[in-house]
Design a protein around this ligand. Structure first.
Ligand code: NAD
Ligand code: DAU
Length: 335
């Protein structure tokens, strides 16, 4: 199978590419990534010389660039997106461009080249917040941030292309994901690296908001199930096995790193902060998927990875990223 992966230099995409190449020698992957601030080629160092892997720097909004790769692909998995809620609140435009227009460009290529399967990697955030119970795939969408609204628009475009043109699209809606290679702006990597640097951790509001956590390899396994077994036109939730408040997560990280609660700094809350996310993943379980990683073990492994790989996150956090990027990749800069 020839797979076009978009956004594969980011957190989940790079874990997915490594996971697939390690296990499926019959799969060839081309990774198209714009290398924004969140895209890191070093995430793919271990596969860069694999004959089944190739990288192209490019933008999913660029129809010509996508066409030149899509015409040789059997399937597409789209990870490419602007992904951080706080950035979307500060500057929504890039989110609409990539998460909406970029998705539509990819769908046009699926239409033009008769791609056999298209997986849109989406998020539980499109459902909005739920006080009790869990969202099912048919629950109404109620996004609250520019990020989740853009992702929801991408989902609607996929469903419209399925209904209108009969395209073989599948949507996955994953929960809060954690693991190695996550950019240190998201809760877990930010808090872990802050504590490793001896800094405090900024908890928004009262820290009582609830997230459903999934280890990155369980999320990748779910996306793979949707790619290989998902029914066209269907949505699959990919939920984790740990529902925790932000304060519980913070306390677990503090404990593993041997720190105490004096390292917590309560800061102003995020605007329109969703209180709770929760997914019902029964539908994906019918395709044979279940999360298999223990939350506590996966959290320990993740903390250990950041502890042993400060070369990966220190340049980003110290503000020397542009300098570092030029050294790594030549003169071009991330946008
Ligand atoms: P990330 O921010 O780590 O990586 C995004 C990648 O997309 C980067 O490599 C970036 O360079 C690339 N990219 C951005 N704009 C692009 C463009 N216009 N053209 C080509 N490449 C572009 O993101 P992530 O956390 O790995 O998330 C991947 C996908 O999974 C996203 O679609 C996100 O919405 C979804 N998702 C993430 C989570 C999570 O908790 N991280 C949970 C559920 C779903
Ligand atoms: O649910 C899936 C989504 O999870 C993905 O679609 C997004 O791409 C991903 O960024 C993530 O969104 P969240 O907003 O849930 O994740 P974040 O790590 O930004 O925040 C998790 C929770 O922690 C949230 O309630 C806000 C809170 N938080 C976050 C940061 C960065 C803090 O209290 N302090 C912080 O500094």
């Amino acid at each position: 199978m020839k797979l076009l992966v978009t956004g594969g230099a980011g957190f989940i995409g790079s874990n997915f590419i490594r996971y697939v190449l390690e296990r499926y020698p019959e799969v060839k992957i081309i990774n198209l990534d714009k290398l924004t601030y969140a895209g890191r080629l070093e995430n793919l160092d271990t596969v860069k010389d694999n004959p089944n892997y190739g990288f192209v720097k490019g933008d999913i909004c660029d129809l010509k660039a996508v066409e030149s790769l899509a015409k040789r692909a059997d399937a597409i998995v789209n990870f490419a997106a602007e992904t951080h809620v706080d950035r979307s609140i500060m500057d929504p435009q890039a989110f609409v461009r990539t998460d909406v227009l970029g998705t539509q460009v990819l769908l046009e290529c699926v239409r033009k080249f008769g791609i056999k399967k298209y997986v849109q990697v989406s998020t539980d955030e499109v459902y909005g917040s739920i006080e009790q119970g869990s969202f099912k795939e048919e629950s109404p969408l109620n996004p609250t941030s520019p990020y989740s609204a853009s992702k929801a628009a991408g989902d609607f475009l996929c469903l419209a292309y399925y209904k209108t043109y009969g395209l073989p699209i599948v949507i996955t809606r994953g929960a809060n994901t954690f693991g190695p290679n996550q950019y240190p702006e998201k809760l877990m990597p930010l808090f872990i690296t802050n504590l490793l640097e001896g800094k405090k951790v900024p908890v928004y509001g009262d820290g009582k908001q609830i997230r459903n956590w999934i280890y990155v390899l369980d999320h990748c396994r779910g996306i793979l199930s949707a790619l290989t077994k998902g029914e066209p036109g269907q949505v699959y939730n990919i939920g984790g096995n740990a529902e925790k408040t932000n304060l519980e997560i913070t306390q677990m990280i503090l404990e593993i790193l041997g720190k105490d609660e004096t390292m917590i700094e309560y800061v102003k809350d995020r605007p329109a902060h969703d209180f709770r996310y929760s997914l019902d993943s029964f539908k994906l379980s019918l395709l044979g998927w279940q999360p298999i990683f223990s939350f506590k073990e996966a959290l320990k492994n993740t903390i250990s990875w950041y502890s042993h790989n400060d070369w990966w996150w220190k340049p980003v956090k110290s503000g020397q990223f542009l300098e570092y990027y030029k050294k790594q990749y030549g003169s071009s800069e991330p946008s």
